[in-house]
Write a protein that binds this ligand. Structure first.
Ligand code: LLP
Length: 447
């Protein structure tokens, strides 16, 4: 009989007003509905269609400045290398660059993107477990600031390429500190079983070996223990304390250490998580690495851009199944993959001002893709909605557009940047023609 009952909404969910109150980019206008900065989302939908990613330049700036101030406030000599993988849109990169961001990249494609946005390779870190020879060569040719090496095999590859080019590659060793960041299993990276980094006990011999290779200049050590870390500072502290210990051990062997790369991972509140502040992170770095007398680096992605982005979508239809009410959107898992991939919770707020006074009842919010996993949210309190009504999916600035696909032959959505009262298209919506244009038929099937 349970199937006949509507699923009880999770009463612990924050209300619309609570979600807005915690997101300074958003406000509700009595006539225009939900605004990002000073621009009504309804106007963006009318002008550019849906689904559309909307980014708040003001939020990007505010967050970058807050992080920088926290690091300075702790008296740290620190540089911020934005993890480009979180959002590689040129406009986003330029806003962050204007604030002074360097970059953390994981592919030649990302290096091209960051350089195109004016971030010099000389302020860019190249991370990742599988850099190809071509990518290493390209990065060295551009004058990359630092390559974070993750295996003995990779160190040999880097040395070979660099020697052939007649240069010494600046290499930092990514150490796996074997700490549990207690985040989602798919985004934890600092445990011994993960593919990332070099086992702690192998680091000293490997660093020694790096110093003896012709194409390598060892410059430091790095770590990154996971993403969306909301569980206080204990995992960070444990990891950084191990790095500090390692620096002492390297120095005791007369090995030079110029800097320590602290990685990224700082979490944000999507629902009601109590996320650590940048001040707490700066404090943990200061307490563990502050006494070494060398600069530190950070690679934040989500914390900078996550809360600055929204996925604006239209209701295609509202349907009543046997047991549930469904709101079917024109956005889907091919646009925002996080709920399907990590069971991620994202706030979803109606754009219309009328929705605030409407009666709410439980609904599942889904996309049109042919998979049950194409579900943005289950059992949310939502008003009755009709085709064309708009919703904003919150905190979609990080790992949103970058993880999109064209599954179900759905073109990649448009992207819009809002800056005060201005809004501009910063990525054109893909067309069906675009999807077909790169395909080729063998001559025996053509015609
Ligand atoms: N540095 C390295 C070496 C990384 O692998 C990552 C993220 C970062 C920095 C930035 O981490 P953040 O500050 O953004 O947490 N797609 C997943 C997240 C994957 C993170 C991968 N590495 C998600 O949507 O939750």
């Amino acid at each position: 009989m349970a199937t006949a009952l509507p699923i009880a909404p999770d009463s612990a969910d924050p209300t619309f007003d609570e979600l807005l109150a915690a997101r300074p980019a958003l406000s509700l206008h009595a006539r225009d509905g939900l605004l990002v900065e000073e621009v009504p989302l309804a106007r963006i939908a009318a002008e550019y269609g849906t689904p559309t990613w909307v980014y708040s330049a003001g939020t990007l700036r505010r967050r970058f400045r807050a992080l920088k101030a926290a690091l300075e406030g702790a008296g740290l000599q620190a540089s911020i290398h934005y993890a480009t993988k979180a959002n590689d849109n040129q406009a986003v990169l330029r806003v962050l660059r204007a604030e002074g961001a360097g970059a953390d990249i994981v592919s030649a494609g990302e290096l091209r993107a960051t350089m195109a946005a004016g971030i010099p390779a000389g302020e860019t870190v190249f991370s990742g477990v599988g850099k190809t020879l071509e990518e290493i060569r390209f990065a060295l040719t551009q004058g990359i600031f630092q390559l974070n090496a993750e295996s003995v095999e990779e160190i040999d590859m880097i040395s070979a390429v660099a020697s052939e080019m007649g240069v010494k590659a600046p290499v930092s060793l990514r150490v796996n500190p074997d700490v549990d960041a207690r985040t989602h299993a798919k985004i934890t990276t600092g445990k011994a079983e993960n593919k990332f980094g070099i086992a702690y006990d192998d680091a000293l011999p490997l660093y020694t070996r790096m110093a003896s290779l012709p194409g390598i200049r060892p410059i430091g050590i790095a770590t990154h223990i996971g993403s969306q870390i909301t569980d206080g500072m204990s995992a960070y502290r444990a990891a950084y304390a191990r790095l500090a210990e390692m620096v002492h051990a390297l120095r005791a062997h007369n090995l030079p250490v110029e800097r320590v790369d602290c990685g990224g991972g700082l979490g944000i509140p999507y629902r009601d998580e109590v996320a650590p502040t940048p001040e707490a992170l700066a404090g943990a770095i200061k307490a563990t690495l502050g006494g070494l007398g060398i600069p530190v680096m950070l690679e934040p992605g989500r914390w900078l851009v996550g809360p600055a982005g929204f996925l604006l979508a239209s209701v295609v239809l509202q349907k009543r199944g046997a047991a549930r009410r469904f709101l079917v959107l024109d956005a889907a898992m091919n646009d925002l993959l996080r709920p399907a991939m990590y069971e991620a919770w994202h706030g979803i707020v109606p754009v219309s001002p009328l929705a605030r006074t409407a009666a709410l009842s439980s609904a599942d919010i889904v996309g049109p893709v042919c998979e049950s996993g194409d579900t943005f949210a289950k059992g949310r309190l939502m008003p009755e909605m009709v085709p064309g009504d708009l919703v904003a999916i919150l905190d979609a600035g990080a790992y949103g557009a970058v993880m999109s696909s064209t599954y179900n032959a759905r073109p990649l959505a448009a992207e819009v940047l809002v800056d005060g009262a201005r809004a501009a298209l910063v990525r054109v919506r893909q067309t069906h023609e675009d999807l077909l244009a790169s395909q080729r038929l063998p001559e025996w099937l053509a015609g």
